[in-house]
Design a protein around this ligand. Sequence first.
Ligand code: SAM
Length: 266
Amino acid sequence: MSTRELFLQSKGYTTKWEKYFDVYDGVFEKFKNKKITFVEVGVLNGESLQMWRKYFNPDSRIIGIDFNPECKKFEKNGIEIFIGDQSDDKFWDEFYKKIGKIDILLDDGGHTNTQQIITTVKSLPNINDDGILMIEDTHTSYMQEFGNPNKYSFINFTKKIIDDVNFKYPNLGNFKVSLNNYVYSIQYFESIVIFHINTKKTNINKKIKNKSIDNDIITDFRYHDSIVPKLLKNKIIYKFRYLKKYSFIKFCYNFISKLIIYSNNY
Ligand SMILES: C[S@@+](CC[C@H](N)C(=O)[O-])C[C@H]1O[C@@H](n2cnc3c(N)ncnc32)[C@H](O)[C@@H]1O
């Protein structure tokens, strides 16, 4: 049965954004018959958790998290409820210590930047390979009542994760806090961001050859008409990278590298 059909069969009052059902069916289908651990942040009156209980394999673990202690009463039909604040690092540390790794986390909690960012940072390392972190209602990144638009909105944070994922390519950059050992790909829908986790597929990429003989290849014309791109092609600037530890040389190195790259792009 589709998530939409299950939703319409819910006994108590519940609401969801209509476009979410296609997204749910698209990404959750592959988990349907597996024994998984599914976590939803935001329990409210528990209807959504009942829907997930019916949707996934009956042996799956279905867990709800909410800040409201009253939600504990929805701990029935094998559903587990944890009371805690999704913007509290310590809550997540204790949660994952107790539960272990999970397969899916669906965040339908408070939807503030901090709540979404902390949930993401603390959960990505605790999701199994081929698992999913889905953050809902990301339109809040553009809403005044959530303190946005803002440099530190959740959506702007995800743009940094795009950089982080691309920084896997050697020497492009790095962040002090990096998630690129976990995030294999990111999917964007209206109001939803999905992170696909895979710690094996996030290894450093390498170019492979189909055969060892390469004397029949023709000239790559990317570099045919200028000396500057030739320097880049021959990677001369990369040969002096070890000098970067000296700050003035590092500054000059960065400046010249950028000049070469800009002139190349220009
Ligand atoms: C949109 S409702 C959840 C609806 C539910 N997922 C459904 O589809 O029926 C949001 C819930 O998030 C909870 N919440 C708000 N801030 C939270 C926080 N900081 N940590 C955990 N839960 C929070 C609220 O108590 C509320 O029950």
